[in-house]
Every structure is written in C-alpha cells, then in structure tokens.
Design a protein around this ligand. Structure first.
Ligand code: G3I
Length: 372
C-alpha cells in the first residue's frame, strides 16, 4: 500500500473510532438495569476482581451517584491514602483509625473486599520511624507498625501491599536490584523487605502479601524487579503477589509496551507469583510514569477522538489481562472518576467527572466479552 493510502486508512479508522465514541450515548450508571449491563466487576467476575482506590475522609465523602458507582462497578477497594504509614501512624504512640475503619466497614457492609496499602514506603512515612534509630531500633519500630496495623484488620483484608516502590528510577551503574536509597535501605539494609514480609505474615497467617511498584513491566526496572523478587523468594519472604501499578498513558502504550507488559506477566508467573494490576490509569495527555504531578486545575474536556484512542488502549489492555487471567487476580483503577484522580486534568479513568461512563468502559466490556 502506498504511503499516502496508508495514512488515509489510519485517519479514516481514527475518525471512525471517534465517531463511534461520540455516538455512544452510554446511559448513566445507577442502581437500575443499566448497572447490571454495564458493570465491570460483573463482566470480569469469573476472571479477576475489579477495584478502585478511595477513602472516606468524611462521612459524606461521596454523593449518592458515586456510591452507586462504587457498589455497581467494583468488588474490591484500596485505601488511596489512609492506611499509609504517614496518615495512619503519625507518631509512635498515635494511630488514626477513623478513616481506615470507615473504609473497611463500608466494604464489609457492601460485600466488597479491601486491599491494604501500604506497610512500607519511602514516601508518606513520618520521621519518628528513623529518628536516632540504628538497624535494630528501626526494625523494632517496623515490626510494631506492621503487627499493629495488619493485626488490627486481621481477617478483614484480601491482601496487603507490604513494600511499595523499593526500586530506584535511575538505572544503577551495575545491573542489579538497584534499590532506592530510602531511609529503610540506609538504616536497615536490603533485607528490610524480607523482614517486612515476615512481620506481616506473623500478624496474619493467611492474608496475601504483595510487592507493589511502577514501571516494573519494562526495561532495567523490570530486570531489577526479577532479581529482587528471586532474592525475596530464596530468602523465605512470604510474598504471594507482584503488583504492577499501571500508571500509563495513551501515548506510551505502544505495541512494544504491550509486548513488554505481557512478557512481564509471564516472567512473574514463572516465579510462581500472582500478578495484580494495582493502580491502573491511562492518561489522555501527559507522561505516564509513577511520579506525582500532572495538571490539577481546570479540566479541558477531551475530544471524541482522544476518548476513542483511550478506549482502544483500555480495550487492548483488558484483552491482555483476560488472556492471562490464570495469573492475574485483580485489576484496580487508581481512583473512582476523572475528578477523583491524582491525575485529574489528564482524564485517566473510565468514568468522567460526572460519573458518566466514557467510551473506554464499553470498549473494555466488549473486549472482555470477546476474549472470554
Ligand atoms: O489530606 C491533606 C489535606 O488535609 C491537606 O489540606 C492537603 C494539602 O495539600 O493535602 C492532603 O493530603 C494529600 C493526600 O493526597 C490526600 O488528598 C497530600 O498532600 C497528597 O500528597 C496526597 O497524594 C497522594 C499521593 O499518593 C501521595 O504520595 C495521592 O492522593 C495518591 O493517589 C498517591 O497514590 C500513589 C500510591 O500510593 C503509590 N503509587 C503512586 C500513586 C500516585 O502517586
């Protein structure tokens, strides 16, 4: 095919998708019949859990429409912030249980599972953990933190992100685990991860335990993750699951990236680990790393063409997840809707700021039904 013709074909396909997106007058999600036919968790129920991330910062945090959305679309919730070391354990003898308990109670009342996030992180951790601490003191504080938090919710959780984001973004001089130079790493050493997994297992003998990170599906960070996971397993860390966060963008999810994601799932499966997609969002504009940032201000409504491109990418992702459903046990979106997203302004989720389904929702449902 001549170059000109190829370009024309691409343009007309894009236009076709954009037109389909515009034509998709998807009904609002509510408690009625529409919720049944458009439910993500219902469509994926025999394959993997479908999650969202949120917190009850106040008792009236969510509107009735949002509550409907949560209950009709998702069967597992991750606390977006409230169980992180900083918010939940600001001082050695101070615990903030109100928000985490509100979330767990809501989940129990509505037959929704809860995944804890996260026990050990370089970020959102208060200085008291490290003040005047040598290795033994830091480990004692870590043990107490994990025993208390995991113990508090024992029997009520479907999993815990035990260690979050321990691998550095900057490729090291030598290929290796390339662990981030966090205070945990500096004070305790590289075995802080194994210790954390063991403390979590002591506190709850049966809950699944995850290592969770971003950008570990490709490149040097993927190789580092394999080395790290192999070491954890050989050191006896009771790890069950690896969490690929999945903070992606329409532009970085190209053919090569899809191959890398698939290869990563296969590589983790070969280590006898389950895989979860733990923080999925696909921005329409902007980069797709795990970094904080992105526009926070006025949201420019995306064009029909941009929504169609996002729908196409989400559909491809879910086709891949369904193909590997033997390894994948959960797919969690990081946020409820485009307004309640750390990347608000980049329109990353499948419900818009008014809780209306975007074309991505129907595209995912079609892809799931086709791939089943
Ligand atoms: O609650 C306070 C509020 O009282 C205060 O007025 C306000 C002022 O800035 O801050 C509020 O806290 C913010 C918190 O979100 C709750 O909204 C923090 O500043 C803000 O830093 C925090 O951001 C969270 C971020 O993690 C912190 O690292 C995002 O909501 C959360 O989505 C994000 O989630 C992380 C995952 O845990 C790990 N993977 C990457 C992912 C995205 O960064």
């Amino acid at each position: 095919m001549a170059k000109r013709q190829q370009r024309d074909f691409r343009i007309s396909r894009r236009k076709f998708l954009a037109a389909s997106a515009a034509a998709l007058c998807v009904p609002s999600i509510g408690a009625g019949a529409a919720a049944q036919t458009l439910s993500l968790s219902e469509a994926c129920k025999d394959m993997f859990l479908i999650g969202t991330a949120l917190d009850f910062r106040t008792p009236n945090e969510f509107t009735p429409a949002e509550l409907d959305l949560i209950k009709s679309q998702f069967n597992v919730i991750t606390p977006e912030n409230s169980m992180k070391p900083g918010p939940v354990h600001p001082q050695e003898n101070t615990w903030n249980w109100t928000q985490p308990e509100a979330l767990v109670t809501f989940c129990q009342d509505n037959h929704i599972k809860t995944v804890g996030h996260c026990l050990v992180w370089h970020s959102q951790t208060n200085p008291w953990f490290f003040q005047g601490a040598d290795r033994d003191a830091a480990l004692a504080r870590l043990k107490d933190h994990i025993h208390t938090l995991v113990g508090h919710f024992k029997g009520k959780m479907s999993g815990w992100d035990v260690v979050n984001e321990a691998i550095s973004d900057t490729a090291g001089a030598t290929n290796g685990e390339n662990l981030r130079s966090s205070q945990w790493f500096q004070i305790v050493g590289p075995d802080f991860l194994t210790q954390a997994f063991k403390f979590a297992r002591e506190a709850d003998p049966s809950v699944p335990l995850h290592y969770n990170d971003y950008n570990i599906e490709s490149g040097a960070k993927h190789q580092s993750s394999l080395l790290l996971l192999k070491r954890l397993i050989s050191d006896g860390a009771p790890i069950t699951t690896v969490g690929i966060q999945g903070h992606w963008s329409v532009t970085n999810l190209n053919a090569q990236k899809f191959e890398q994601i698939e290869q990563a799932i296969e590589n983790y499966k070969a280590l006898q680990l389950k895989v979860a997609i733990t923080e999925l969002d696909v921005t329409i504009t902007g980069a797709g790393g795990g970094q904080l940032g992105g526009q926070q201000a006025n949201v420019v409504p995306p064009s029909a063409e941009a929504l169609a491109a996002q729908a196409e990418v989400y559909a491809k992702l879910f086709s891949l997840f369904v193909k590997h459903r033997d390894a994948i046990d959960r797919v969690t979106f990081w946020g409820l809707n485009d307004r309640r997203s750390w990347r608000r302004g980049q329109n990353p989720l499948v419900f818009d700021g008014e809780n209306k389904p975007k074309p991505a929702l129907q595209a995912i449902l079609d892809a799931v039904n086709k791939a089943k």
